[in-house]
Design a protein around this ligand. Sequence first.
Ligand code: FE2
Length: 313
Amino acid sequence: MDFIGIDAVVFGVADLQQCQRFLDDWGTRRISAEHDCLVYETQDGAEIIVRHKDDPSLPPPIEPGNTVREVIWGAADADHLACALTRMGAPQPDADGMPRLIDPNGLSLAFRVSRRRSVTVTATPSNAPGSPMRIDRRSPVYDHADPVTIGHVVLFADNFAAMRTFYTDRIGFTVSDEYPGHGVFLRCQTPGPHHNLFILNRPGKPGVNHVAFTVSDIHEVIGGGIAMARHGWKTEIGPGRHPISSAYFWYFHNPLGAPVEYYADDDYCTEAWQPGVFVRKPELFAEWAIAGGIDGTTRRQVVALDDSGRGHA
Ligand SMILES: [Fe+2]
């Protein structure tokens, strides 16, 4: 349990200006916007770093086109980082001070003492008959999202077994739930959120499935998603709810690469959490979901076919 989460995700893209427009609308905070590099962050300081895909400073891509080029994992402190590095075989720091490994998919991982700040979010409580939790107070309506952190990354694995072993044994992540041989949800700390990494089996075609941003509650998922629709960004799927992890979600197409997700209210796992073993089926990806999203102007469902071909399971 040496890592506490994702400190940064580095993207390589064709069009930085489009990414700047998207990230401004997404609700992430602009730290700098140079012609060759964008840096944004979430509330807690998790970074989104965007460079041109041909920038020679980027690690090699694991798939064609715009995509994630590196994930930087943050350790709680120097002792935890040292412990993790020892387990990982003591990779030496590069010129920027960060040790790196390449996972079995070919994705670059870098490691550092986390620079994220502690942020406490109070989710809107719900009322139920006989147990009112929100008293003399209305539920909020968000006009945009303000992502708290980068919660998880989802990867398509060329060699699923090798990836599962690498991230559990070498990186030290814990299995929260699993589709044996097909998908595994991994968390980096206990107690902690349900997953920071989800690996899906896709032999011969490694890649990124999505990158997910945590927001406060379901109302921010909905308000944030409607705001993105109002800005003209297209829904991939959502809003909806995952039975596994329990989270509410909304995924958007974007110029960074694979879809990005707003999500909220995921399971929180202690030592008492019992990992589930499931057979993959669509109703475990979504209890319910809207394929075309909600129109930002009319606030009504957009009729669309789910033709993504991504499986959603
Ligand atoms: Fe997700």
